[in-house]
Design a protein around this ligand. Structure first.
Ligand SMILES: Cc1cc2nc3c(=O)[nH]c(=O)nc-3n(C[C@H](O)[C@H](O)[C@H](O)COP(=O)(O)OP(=O)(O)OC[C@H]3O[C@@H](n4cnc5c(N)ncnc54)[C@H](O)[C@@H]3O)c2cc1C
Length: 403
């Protein structure tokens, strides 16, 4: 099938495209990005999100290299992302006394283009809402039953519905993955570290600053009113939607830490916006099961190496493009998406930023800091991250756009 931009006004379902009703679970980054492209190719996207409203929390996420920027440009949001960008701020690494030990350059923490995760999510949400994509907040899929020509879906709150395809864009602890592929323990490997982002009051200085003790990192200050934590820990059991429970975990984990940590923890006590999750790898040998497919952290994992958001955006572009190119034939499209993407997503499958962020020994902390003082080593690392971010050849699916 070869379509051109002049086919733009055909409504979904009457355009020769099969499988046009698509349910996406998760309205963070991957879900709304996929909804954007599906809508443009003439599919009807419904996004269901467990949280009662769009989640705007989190710190900055970043894009690096030609591939990420090309996808943003083809989506028509590159200028908006640039307008909202936060990046370019160096981060000081200090000792217990606040004395500067090293500087982590802005290009390292923020990639080429950095934006708050909440701003990116809102941008994608607003675009897709305005285009007519359906969003259902405060609900979650409870069962998926595949039939010959669709997937019968039941929900925690809403009435059952039938869709042609279902996409799990619901993060590392994906509900859709659990329902369609099996229990989380079969696919998610905990890497021994947690990270947290807490929206706290400003007042911790103009320069983003971080402090380490073995196995622990706390960082705050600068333009964003947020604190970032990383810490080594055995596996923890808690409710990821219970802010008070997550604050208790953090207060315990950071008790007795020097520098300004006790002051920061006082601000954490007052905060409402808390996000705490593990650093984990996803090991799954296929991204699809019948009419169900995984996208973003649910498929590739989140090792906190600064690749999760770029992967989710590029993955959405490829998955939707392959569906459009295959005329909605999910068997062909899912296979091609996986073939195109597996290698590219390897960085998330193999990485673990935990030991880098919060080395477990004093010697490890010193070695990490030294890296920022040694120019050649730092350049080598930047070159490597750039290579990972650009290690895919993007097809141009734009001739298939219908609206
Ligand atoms: C609140 C928040 C803050 C974050 N902050 C950062 C950060 O500061 N730095 C960073 O590098 N990464 C952060 N991340 C992770 C980052 O967004 C992802 O690594 C990356 O953007 C890929 O996104 P994703 O859409 O695949 O998954 P995620 O961003 O994890 O989004 C998954 C979405 O699915 C929803 N969901 C979960 N379960 C269900 C269910 N049963 N039914 C329906 N919906 C469900 C979640 O509420 C969430 O909105 C954050 C994620 C969230 C949700």
């Amino acid at each position: 099938m070869n379509l051109t931009n002049s086919d733009t006004n055909l409504p979904a379902g009457t355009n020769g495209m099969r499988n046009t009703r698509v349910l996406i679970s998760g309205a963070s980054v991957a879900g709304p990005a996929l909804a954007y492209w599906l809508d443009r190719y003439g599919f009807a996207a419904t996004v269901v999100e467990k949280a009662p409203a769009l989640r705007l929390g989190g710190q900055a996420v970043d894009f690096k290299g030609e591939v990420h920027l090309t996808v943003l440009e083809r989506m028509g949001i590159l200028e908006d992302v640039r307008r909202l960008q936060t990046g370019g701020t160096d981060q000081e690494i200090v000792d217990w006394n606040g004395r500067r030990l090293a500087v982590m350059p802005g290009e390292f923490t923020g990639g080429e283009l950095e934006i708050r995760r909440g701003d990116l999510s809102r941008l994608l949400y607003e675009r897709t809402r305005a285009a007519g994509c359906e969003y259902v907040f405060g609900d979650s899929v409870t069962s998926l039953t595949e039939t010959a020509d669709g997937v019968h879906v039941t929900f925690e709150r809403g009435a059952p519905r039938t869709f042609d395809l279902v996409v799990g864009a619901d993060g590392i602890h994906s509900n859709v993955r659990r329902l369609a592929f099996g229990p989380e323990s079969d696919f998610v490997r905990f890497l021994g570290y947690y990270y947290a982002l807490v929206g706290i009051r400003p007042g911790f200085g103009k320069v983003p600053t971080m402090y380490n003790e073995p196995g622990r990192l706390v960082s705050t200050g600068g333009p964003a009113a947020a604190a970032f934590f990383a810490f080594a820990s055995p596996h923890l059991d808690y409710d990821r939607y219970d802010a008070e429970a997550m604050k208790r975990i953090l207060l315990d984990a950071f008790a007795g830490m020097a520098w300004r940590t006790s002051e920061i923890m006082e601000a954490v006590r007052e905060a409402d916006d808390v996000y705490l999750d593990s650093i984990s790898q996803v090991r799954i040998d296929r991204y699809s099961e019948g009419r169900v497919v995984l996208l973003g952290d649910s498929a590739y994992g989140n090792t906190l190496g600064g690749f999760g958001t770029g992967l989710a955006m590029v993955g959405a572009y490829v998955l939707a493009g392959e569906l459009a190119e295959a005329g909605g034939d999910h068997r062909v499209a899912f296979r091609r998406y996986e073939e195109a993407f597996r290698d590219y997503a390897k960085i998330a499958k193999n990485g673990n930023a935990g030991p880098f962020l919060a080395p477990r020994t004093r010697r490890g902390i010193k070695a990490r800091n030294l890296m920022f003082k040694l120019g050649p080593l730092f350049s080598l690392m930047m070159k490597m991250t750039d290579r990972f971010a650009t290690n895919i050849t993007l097809k141009d699916y734009r001739p298939l756009v219908r609206r």
